[in-house]
Design a binder for this molecule. Sequence first.
Ligand code: ADP
Length: 270
Amino acid sequence: NPNLTLEFRIEPYSEQQFLVVVRDVSEVRRLENMRTQFVSNVSHELRTPLTVMRGYLEMLEPNSVNPAIWPRAHRTLTEQSKRMESLVNQLLTLARIESGSQFANHELIPVSELLSLLSDQCDSLICERELKLSYDVDEGLEVFGNREQLLSAILNLSSNAIKYCETPGEILISWSQTDTGSEFLVRDSGPGIEPVHLGRLTERFYRVDDARTRDAGGTGLGLSIVKHILAEHNSVLEIESTVGFGSCFSFELKKPVAEYKESSTDLPIR
Ligand code: ADP
């Protein structure tokens, strides 16, 4: 088994005998590798904008500065510092989610409230790009969960659709009732994703096309945050995509058990 790592240790047992202790350390090594990989990814992601910023700061040296570069320097320094800020914010979100400290406050939330907050943010992300964004929501729908986290999950999925959709393009955001709860869905007419990438999209820092997604302002952490949030809500992210036609990201939130029992005709409660 290529994934198996064994550690051998020889210990004295008696005057003429030794014990050979064999320990399976595969899981320990796997976690160590993941941690090293993570630190190396974070360092790389932070170093790139820092290098660009340092270059511009050197050009702004008071004795030699050419005023013609000010507008470009200002734009680049703003962009790169925003990029670092969003990366650090996403890392903090991931750390908070993983420590599990966030999820105490689960409550019943009207879907209309979440979507109204979402649409305010989506409108500002679309800016003047030629994208048609529509909403389709079942009236009176409520979900049980953590308000801040659910908003973060639907915002991540919707902002990806906006970021990666080519113009002119269409995006549909829907939240509808299902037999067992409700389903949130974002469908875009963007470039689509090759099947080979689909299973890895929720890994930290995984990007389909590094250069393109970095240009789009991506950090590669969004979907991994969504995955964690959904796990805390007993849900999973479903992804369907066809290259050249677009992608669809969705998840279902189950009704709280008591409510499910009350509304189910098959399960009489005594
Ligand atoms: P990022 O911050 O780079 O967007 P994510 O974790 O949110 O990171 O997404 C991972 C990768 O999945 C992105 O870099 C992008 O390549 C791909 N991706 C996500 N959503 C879409 C989409 N709607 N259309 C095409 N590609 C997408």
